[in-house]
Design a protein around this ligand. Structure first.
Ligand code: AKG
Length: 379
C-alpha cells in the first residue's frame, strides 16, 4: 500500500476555520486514500460530483497548459503503404526527418485495422466505466498478475501535483499469459493491437536503424506494454494536466488517441524546424496512429533522433482515452550509443548502463520534462 506519511500528503496542517468547511477531498490525506489507496482514481472524484479540481491537482502556473496559444502541428501523416513500392526511399526519408526533428509523427495505412482502433477506444471507456472495486483489484500492491497494473497519475507518492489520469498497464510476455492474466474486458483488443502493429514497428525501426547504418535486430524490440489511459472530464482543465511534461523511456511509442485532442509536443530548440521551443498540438486524425521516439532511441542514435517532450491537457467536455504501446529493450539489456554512430560522430554523448537501472530512475521520479535522459548523459 502506498504510504503517504513521508510525503506532502500528511504535511499540510489545515487552519481549523478552513477545516470546518472542507469537503471530503480538501484534506490531502483523505484524497490520497480515496484516489490512490482505494483505487477510485480521478474517475471516482469526478463521479462524486465535484465542481472544482481539488487543490492536490492544481499545477504550478509554469506547468498549466494554455490551449488558446498552442498552434497545431500541420505536418501531414506518413502513408506507410508507400514503403512497399517505388516511393520507399522517400517515405524512409520522411520517417527519419520526423525522428530527427520533432520526434513525433503520425502514420496512416499502418496495417492495424480501423475497426480495431474503434473497438479499442470503446473497450477503454468500458473498462474505466467499471465499478472502482473491479478495477482496484489490479492496483500494483494487490494485482493478481505481475503483468497488470491499474493506477492513477504517474508516481502519486512523489508528485507535488497529481495528474488528471487513470490507467491500466498490460505487459506482454506471451499470448497465453496475456489471455490468462490481462483483464478480460481488455485482453482481446489489446492483444490484437499488439499483434497487428508489430510489422509496422519493425518497418519503422528498419528505416530508422538503416539510416544509422545499423541492421535491425530483436534487441531494439525486446518488450512491449499496452496501456489504456483515461482522462475524465475536468471542471478546470486550465489548472491541471492530464499528463505532465515527459519523454517516453523506451525505443518507440505507438499511440492511438481519440478525437478529443489535447496532446502537445515541444519543438526541440536545436533542430532545423519552425516554432523552436514552442508547444504544438498533435491533432487527432481519424484512423491514424501517433508515433514518438523514446529515450533509448535517442541514446542509441547518439542524440540524432529526438525523444520528444510531450504532455496532455485535461478535457472539460468529454472524457478522453488514449492507448499507447510502449516498445522497449529487455530490462537486462546493456544500452549505449551504437558503435557505428559513435565512430561517425567521433564522440559518445551517453554513457553505458543497464536498462533496468534507467527504468528504476524513470519510475522513481515525477515527470520532469527530459530530465530522465540526464541519467545517461555525458556532459
Ligand atoms: O494520452 C496521450 O495522448 C499521451 C499519453 C502519454 O504521454 C503517456 O501515456 O505516456
Amino acid at each position: 500500500m502506498a504510504n503517504p506519511s513521508t510525503t506532502r500528503f500528511n504535511s499540510s496542517p489545515w487552519p481549523s476555520k478552513e477545516k470546518q468547511n472542507m469537503t471530503r477531498f480538501d484534506n490531502e490525506t483523505s484524497l490520497f486514500n480515496f484516489v490512490v489507496r482505494d483505487g477510485n482514481g480521478v474517475k471516482g472524484i469526478v463521479d462524486s460530483g465535484i465542481s472544482k479540481v481539488p487543490q492536490a491537482y492544481i499545477q504550478p502556473s509554469t506547468e498549466q497548459i494554455d490551449k488558446n496559444n498552442a498552434p497545431k502541428c500541420d505536418i501531414p501523416p506518413i502513408d506507410l503503404s508507400r514503403l512497399d513500392g517505388p516511393d520507399h526511399d522517400e517515405v524512409v526519408n520522411q520517417i527519419v526527418r520526423a525522428a530527427e526533428t520533432l520526434g513525433f509523427f503520425q502514420v496512416i495505412n499502418h496495417g492495424v485495422p480501423i475497426e480495431l482502433l474503434d473497438s479499442l477506444k470503446q473497450t477503454a471507456h468500458n473498462f474505466f466505466g467499471l465499478p472502482a472495486e473491479r478495477k482496484a483489484v489490479y492496483r500494483k500492491e494487490v494485482s493478481p498478475s505481475p503483468l497488470v497494473k491499474y493506477g492513477t497519475s504517474f508516481v502519486p507518492e512523489k508528485e507535488k501535483a497529481l495528474e488528471w489520469k487513470d490507467y491500466i498497464s498490460m505487459a506482454y510476455t506471451n499470448d497465453d499469459e496475456a489471455l490468462q492474466q490481462w483483464p478480460v474486458e481488455c485482453r482481446d483488443d489489446a492483444l490484437q493491437y499488439l499483434k497487428t502493429s508489430h510489422e509496422m514497428v519493425r518497418k519503422l525501426l528498419e528505416a530508422l536503424m538503416g539510416s544509422l547504418g545499423v541492421e535491425l535486430d530483436d534487441s531494439f524490440i525486446g518488450k512491449k506494454m499496452v496501456n489504456m489511459n483515461f482522462y475524465p472530464t475536468c471542471p478546470n482543465p486550465e489548472l491541471t494536466v492530464g499528463v505532465g511534461r515527459h519523454s517516453d523511456m523506451g525505443t518507440l511509442t505507438i499511440l492511438l488517441q481519440d478525437g478529443i485532442g489535447g496532446l502537445y509536443v515541444r519543438v526541440p530548440e536545436n533542430v532545423d524546424m519552425e516554432k523552436k521551443g514552442e508547444w504544438v498540438e498533435i491533432p487527432p486524425i481519424l484512423g491514424a496512429l501517433v508515433i514518438n521516439v523514446g529515450d533509448m532511441l535517442q541514446i542509441w542514435s547518439n542524440g540524432r533522433y529526438k525523444s520528444a517532450e510531450h504532455r496532455v491537457r485535461a478535457t472539460s467536455t468529454k472524457s478522453r482515452v488514449s492507448i499507447p504501446i510502449f516498445v522497449s529493450p529487455e530490462a537486462t539489456q546493456k544500452i549505449a550509443p551504437l558503435p557505428q554512430v559513435v565512430e561517425k560522430d567521433g564522440v559518445a554523448r551517453y554513457t553505458e548502463f543497464v536498462f533496468s537501472d534507467y527504468m528504476n530512475n524513470f519510475f522513481g521520479n515525477a515527470h520532469d520534462g527530459k530530465k530522465s535522459l540526464e541519467f545517461a548523459k555525458i556532459n
